[in-house]
Design a protein around this ligand. Structure first.
Ligand SMILES: CN1CCN(c2ccccc2CNc2ccc(C(N)=O)cn2)CC1
Length: 246
């Protein structure tokens, strides 16, 4: 997987992607990260990357020239990669998008700062505007990091057990994950569901599936509409009483 990121804070991106699963994927060459800083592509002495907004108003806007130069430099290195701008105005990011970008093999992410970027850069160079959710961040970097993590996990060989990428929430046809337990068997007088201690793998799989179904119905019923449920799933769901919301 090749990921390009345009950011004014390359060290922030680098540092956050040196650890754990993602750090190992970089070491193993499963994830290639290419960063481009618009400040390095400025022409003036003060290395200016922002300016006041036309029409007035608070804050600053990222100027088009250095930002465009940074995007073009990564497009040259990754000509097939879609250019994705992270912003609250974007299409909601989801697991399907992560799978699509992993399958495509490369993506260029534009992390905005200030009040945003000059619209002419979006018109000319951005293929897609994407949002992590309805909230505001100081910059697009943390949104880019979340996307890089979600996409890299799907790269074959990155996760020890390939099934766990599938078993993540939204991996099992979009159902929420079941509860997890580990040692000690009794913790603060709380025990572990007996079925998990039974060694009956069929019963354990059924319990986990039913927990996922019940949780999804209680917390995110709209996801159930999109999930492809078996007959047994549907029988179980009808057997549940009114949702307790947890
Ligand atoms: C104070 N301003 C900071 C800059 N910001 C802004 C505006 C436009 C583009 C990028 C940003 C960077 N912020 C992001 C980015 C993504 C998300 C998301 N939901 O994916 C939330 N926030 C607007 C607000």
């Amino acid at each position: 997987m090749k990921v390009g990121v345009i950011t004014l804070f390359p060290e922030l991106m680098d540092g956050a992607l040196e650890h754990g699963v993602i750090g190992r994927a970089r070491t193993k060459g499963q994830l290639e990260l290419e960063l481009s800083n618009p400040r390095d592509l400025t022409a003036d002495k003060h290395r200016t990357v922002d300016d006041r907004p036309f029409g007035g108003g608070p804050g600053m806007v990222m100027t088009p020239a250095p930002l465009s130069a940074a995007i073009v430099s990564l497009k040259e290195a990754m000509p097939e990669a879609p250019v994705v701008y992270l912003s609250p105005q974007g299409r909601p990011f989801d697991q399907a998008m992560a799978r699509a970008w992993q399958a495509h093999g490369s993506v260029i992410l534009v992390a905005g700062r200030y009040e945003g970027i000059d619209e002419r850069v979006i018109d000319r160079l951005v293929d897609e505007e994407v949002s992590l959710g309805d909230f505001v961040l100081s910059g697009g970097e943390f949104a880019a990091l979340a996307i890089i993590d979600a996409v890299t996990r799907l790269e074959p060989g990155v996760l020890g057990d390939p099934l766990s990428a599938e078993e993540d929430s939204f991996g099992i046809e979009g159902l929420l994950d079941c509860p997890h337990y580990t040692r000690p068997e009794v913790y603060e007088n709380q025990t572990v569901p007996a079925v998990l201690m039974s060694g009956d793998h069929k019963a354990i799989a059924r319990w986990r599936r039913q927990q996922s179904l019940a949780r999804t119905r209680d917390r995110r019923p709209e996801l159930l509409e999109k999930a492809d449920l078996t007959k047994e799933d549907k029988v179980f769901l009808t057997s549940l009483g009114p949702s307790d919301g947890n």
